[in-house]
Ligand binder design. Sequence first.
Ligand SMILES: [Zn+2]
Length: 84
Amino acid sequence: MKSKKNKPLHITCDECGTRTKTVLTNPTHHSRLPSGRWVKMAFQNVEAEECPNCGSRYYSGETLHQMEDALQKAFRSRRRKLAA
Ligand SMILES: [Zn+2]
């Protein structure tokens, strides 16, 4: 049993049990830097699972990890980009 990377994880909605479908979203990810400062970063075309019945959205653990990683790298390496 092999699992391909980047394959979206299909789940069912926690709210109503409907099977979700993959959509592209433009989420804003919030996180805290090691310094304790809270920051946010906007992303585009991020895959999410959306419930066609009630509209709830779910992001995979891998997707959240990638957004967290990108945010941490951006704010750690270039402090000038803090302005948004
Ligand atoms: Zn639902």
